[in-house]
Design a protein around this ligand. Structure first.
Ligand code: BES
Ligand code: MN
Ligand code: ZN
Length: 500
């Protein structure tokens, strides 16, 4: 989708569709008022009838026809903003998403729109423009490349923001550009999560990383099994043992020349999680292709920080492997030696995410990081605790945890703090090794985090358990069913607002 801004009066434009908005219980104001007047009070009539009230995401679609002299827009779509006192940036996103998706469903290929919430809503033009671009692109996301025979429906390919105030154009352009790049990066992450496991293999993720590096001038290092052996990544190698697909450890570096300690993003990239020898039940096992959503978020975020030229040193680390049962597979009772030298007794081969992250977090120590954020579809326990409403947030540094939480609030990717106590560490004590890889069902999300904490060591670290949030079972205004691309927007927000 191509999104741009045009200076002019809204009621004088021509085109196939125009998007306007309205607060619940309010009279038309601003651009909506100008168009209502040009239409001889058509919007006012809909309001007077009570059929349209301006509730959040409510839509009124008008066809003005040729009757109104000088009015040359074939469709006018008014979207409700809800109550003015309850308005937020997230509602601006939802409004844009609701409108864009509706227009795309109608087969409209090009539309005009106003910014949402810059008038009575009180938003800055740049933030409103970013929200509009982000949500419009994300709402129109489709993943239908594996369907044969069905002809590709037309896409909403062009969106033009109409703004009368010339002084606001530079800020709007900046916002549209950022929103477009962030949405594109989120789209990449969604695609990676939606691709089946036979396509999105560890090698495929490495290929995507190399391509990003080439396009955006990043440094990319892909470590193969030999390299992992040299580094002592026995946990990642152990998980990978049962798979015919070779594991990959990806290191993507953006803007090292900026100097200073890097901000490091770490992603769990289990491209299919069968559970291994501790095999999962068959029901819904197909969903486990999404077990690389943390990796997808990291790759998406790296694309965005590179394309937006975020002026700091950022490193993305991805541990990628499958988890399958086989004659060579790792098994309960095995003891694996990690990159830090610490050993882990395997009591359940389905607790594989923490193992590969142990080596990734251990590897991060050599980067002397300013902060490390890992994202992982780590535990079913976190899904039980928080559902799809929030990602579980754990960490070893209050200030970093709060920063991550606030970044999540800003982009509406909510994170909720869960405890990480000495008692959780006790739960994973082993009779044979430094720790075991599962503490059983009680406090399952926290014991997973407790194992990770052993490998994060001294640097400020946050772990986000995205098991419940990375996949959406329902369609929302700018989030369709399936892979959410969750974490990209949060990480980019964190990177763009990061201060040493
Ligand atoms: N990838 C799963 C976590 C998961 C489960 C995500 C369900 C989404 C939905 C992870 O590798 C896993 O299997 N975790 C186990 C850990 C247990 C064996 C300690 C779990 O949560 O059951
Ligand atoms: Mn598992
Ligand atoms: Zn897993």
């Amino acid at each position: 989708m191509n999104i741009s801004v045009l200076q002019g009066q809204i009621q004088k434009q021509r085109g196939s569709a125009l998007v306007l908005n309205l607060f619940q219980g309010a009279k038309p104001g601003g651009a909506t008022k100008a168009v209502d007047e040009a239409l001889g009070g058509l919007i006012g009539e809909a309001l007077a009838s009570g059929d349209f009230t301006g509730k959040r995401n409510e839509m009124l679609l008008l066809y003005p026809g040729k009757s109104r002299k000088g009015f040359a827009l074939s469709r006018v779509l008014v979207v409700g903003l809800g109550k003015q006192a309850e308005f937020t940036l997230e509602i601006a996103r939802q409004t844009a998403g609701t409108a864009a998706r509706r227009l795309q469903e109608l087969g409209v290929e090009s539309a005009l729109t106003i910014l949402h919430g810059t008038g009575a809503g009180g938003l800055e033009a740049e933030a409103a423009a970013q929200a509009l671009a982000e949500a419009s692109i994300l709402a129109c996301y489709r993943f239908d490349q594996y369907r044969s025979g069905t002809p590709e429906r037309s896409a909403l390919g062009r969106l033009t923001v109409v703004e009368n105030d010339a002084a606001r154009l530079p800020a709007i352009r900046r916002g549209l550009r950022a929103g477009s790049e962030i949405a594109r990066a989120t789209t990449l992450a969604r695609d990676l999560g939606n691709h089946p496991g036979n396509v999105a293999t560890p090698g495929y993720l490495a290929g995507v990383a190399r391509q990003l590096a080439r396009r955006h001038g990043m440094r990319c290092q892909v470590i193969d099994e030999r390299g992992m052996k040299k580094l002592g990544m026995g946990a990642l190698l152990g998980v990978a043992q049962g798979s015919a697909q070779a594991p990959r450890f990806i290191v993507l570096e953006h803007n090292k020349k900026a100097g200073g300690k890097p901000l490091v993003f770490v992603g769990k990239g289990v491209t299919f999680d069968s559970g291994g020898i501790s095999l999962k039940p068959g029901e819904k096992m197909e969903d486990m292709k999404f077990d690389m959503s943390g990796a997808a978020a990291v790759l998406g975020a790296m694309q965005a920080v590179a394309s937006l030229k975020v002026p700091r040193y950022i490193v993305g680390l991805v541990a990628a492997t499958e988890n399958l049962p086989d004659g060579r597979a790792y098994k309960p009772g095995d003891i694996l030696k990690t990159i830090t030298g610490k050993t882990i007794e395997i009591v359940n081969t389905d607790a594989e995410g923490r193992l590969i992250l142990a080596d990734a977090l251990g590897y991060a120590r050599r980067l002397d990081p300013a902060a490390v954020i890992d994202l992982a579809t780590l535990t079913g326990a976190c899904v039980v605790a928080l559902g799809g409403h929030a990602s579980g947030l754990f960490g070893n540094n209050e200030q970093l945890s709060e920063r991550v939480r606030l970044a999540g609030e800003a982009v509406n990717e909510r994170c909720w703090p869960l405890p990480l106590w000495e008692e959780h560490r006790e739960q994973i004590k082993s009779d044979f090794a430094d720790m075991k890889n599962s503490g059983g069902r009680p406090a399952g999300a926290s014991t997973g985090a407790a194992l990770l904490a052993e490998f994060a060591g001294d640097y400020p670290w946050v772990h986000l358990d995205i098991a419940g949030t990375a996949w959406s079972t329902q369609s929302r205004p700018y989030i369709p069913k399936g892979s959410v691309g969750l974490g990209v927007r949060l990480l980019v927000e964190l990177a763009r607002t990061w201060k040493k």
